[in-house]
Design a protein around this ligand. Sequence first.
Ligand SMILES: [Zn+2]
Length: 122
Amino acid sequence: MNEIKTIGRALGQAADGSLMFFCNGCDEPHRIQVGDGPGPRWGYNGNPNAPTFTPSVLAKGVQQVTDEEHATLMAGGHVEPRPFVCHSFITDGRIQFLGDSSNHLAGQTVDLPDWEESWNRW
Ligand SMILES: [Zn+2]
């Protein structure tokens, strides 16, 4: 997971071949498995500058703890996990967040951010 190489404007690639894009809705990277192999796989247009993935991408999980929450946890306190849903279509380098996404970009379509810049900042 640490060794991510930039393969184009909008994508990074992990050592296992999976692709990574940065999601401004969740403010974190999402991983996509393409090509042959176990688990769910996505269709990919092969363009890391303006990728298209099919079908839609659904990311679910728990949001990262904030610095404040981290401090609470370290002090032995309780922090309620904040689940998220991020459902999107990625087409020609743009990401359309569907209405069932829990993030602030639900219902909007935006350009995928620059991968390397976002990853380095994260
Ligand atoms: Zn997301």
